[in-house]
Write a protein that binds this ligand. Structure first.
Ligand code: G3H
Ligand code: ZN
Length: 282
C-alpha cells in the first residue's frame, strides 16, 4: 500500500461521517505500533510528527525518513503529516522529503497575520501537491497551561478558510493539549455550527482529553480528523514501567520498548474502532 495523501483519507471520511485517527510519533516504535494497530483495525491512519518532536531529534530528515519508510511498507493507507509547525522552512523541508501534509500553526498570531502567513504557506504547499491544515482559535495546553475555554467563531472560521485556501481547519471547541484525564467538556453545538459554516474538514486537537463516548459524539456533530498524542504516550509509558518493575535485571531496551509498542498497537486498534463506528443518528 503506497504512502497516501491525507486528503485521500480524510475526504471520504467526511462523506461517511466517520473519524480519522491521527496519532503522534516520537520514537520509531510509535510509528510501528500505530501502523500495526491500523492494520489490525483495517483502517487508514495518519502518522504525525510535530515540530516539537523534530526539535527533540535535532533534525527532520532522520526521523521523518524513518516514518515515511514505515508508512510506505504498510498494508493500509497511511499518510505522514507534519504537526504544529510554526516555521515555514520546516514545512517546506517536510514537503520536499515527501510528507503527505502539514499543519501550519500560526494560531499564536493575530487574525490578520495568521491569514497572511498561512495563505503564503498554502500557496507553496499546494504547488507541491501537499494538503494543509491550519488552526484558528488557539487550542491551549502545549505550553503546559490548561486552557479549554477558547472557542473558534464559525463566521470567522469560514472567512479564514476562504482567505487562506487551507484544506482542513483545527478548531477550539473545549479541548486542551496534553490532558492526562479523558474528561474535557466539548461544545457539541459549536462543533455542529462550525461544520455547517466551514467548507473543509474539521480537526480536533488535544483529543487525549476526550473519552470514547464524546469522541463518537464529536464525530457525529461534524469532526473528522482526531489528533491523539498524550494518551498513547501514557499507554506506552505504563507498559514500559510495568516491564521494568517486573524485572530489575532488564537492560535490553528492546524488551521494554517492545512492551510499550505492543500496548500502543492494541490501543490504536481500539481507538480506530471508536472513530470509525457509524454514528447512531446515521
Ligand atoms: O496535534 C496533536 C494533538 O492535538 C494531540 O494532543 O496530546 O492532547 O492528545 P494530545
Ligand atoms: Zn494539537
Amino acid at each position: 500500500m503506497p504512502l497516501t495523501g491525507t486528503g485521500a483519507i480524510v475526504t471520504p471520511a467526511v462523506s461517511a461521517a466517520r473519524g480519522v485517527g491521527a496519532f503522534n510519533v516520537i520514537q520509531l516504535e510509535h510509528a510501528q505500533a500505530i501502523v500495526a494497530g491500523a492494520e489490525a483495525a483495517g483502517s487508514p491512519v495518519v502518522l504525525q510528527l510535530s515540530e516539537n518532536a523534530v526539535r527533540y531529534h535535532g533534525a527532520l530528515a532522520p526521523v521523518g525518513s524513518a516514518v515515511l519508510a514505515v508508512a510506505r511498507a504498510a498494508e493500509v493507507p497511511v499518510a505522514v503529516h507534519l504537526d504544529h509547525a510554526t516555521r515555514p522552512e520546516l514545512v517546506y523541508e517536510a514537503v520536499e522529503l515527501g510528507f503527505s501534509s502539514v499543519m501550519f500553526d500560526a494560531s499564536a498570531l493575530d487574525y490578520e497575520e495568521n491569514v497572511r502567513t498561512t495563505a503564503e504557506v498554502v500557496a507553496h504547499c499546494h504547488a507541491a501537491g501537499a494538503w494543509v491544515e491550519a488552526e484558528l482559535g488557539k487550542v491551549g495546553g502545549k505550553d503546559g497551561v490548561h486552557a479549554p475555554g477558547v472557542r473558534t467563531d464559525p463566521g470567522e472560521a469560514a472567512a479564514f478558510v476562504t482567505a487562506t485556501g487551507v484544506d482542513a481547519l483545527a478548531v477550539a471547541v473545549g479541548t486542551s493539549h496534553a490532558m492526562l484525564t479523558r474528561d474535557a467538556a466539548l461544545d457539541f453545538e459549536l462543533i455542529a455550527a462550525l461544520r455547517k459554516a466551514v467548507p473543509v474538514p474539521l480537526v480536533l486537537h488535544g483529543s487525549s482529553g476526550v473519552g470514547d463516548e464524546h469522541l463518537s459524539r464529536a464525530i457525529e456533530h461534524g469532526m473528522t480528523k482526531v489528533n491523539i498524542a498524550t494518551h498513547l504516550n501514557k499507554v506506552f509509558t505504563t507498559a514500559v514501567r510495568r516491564a521494568l518493575a517486573e524485572n530489575a535485571e532488564l537492560v535490553d531496551t528492546r524488551r521494554y520498548l517492545g512492551a510499550g509498542r505492543t500496548a500502543v498497537a492494541g490501543e490504536v486498534t481500539r481507538l480506530l474502532g471508536v472513530l470509525k463506528a457509524v454514528p447512531s443518528t446515521a
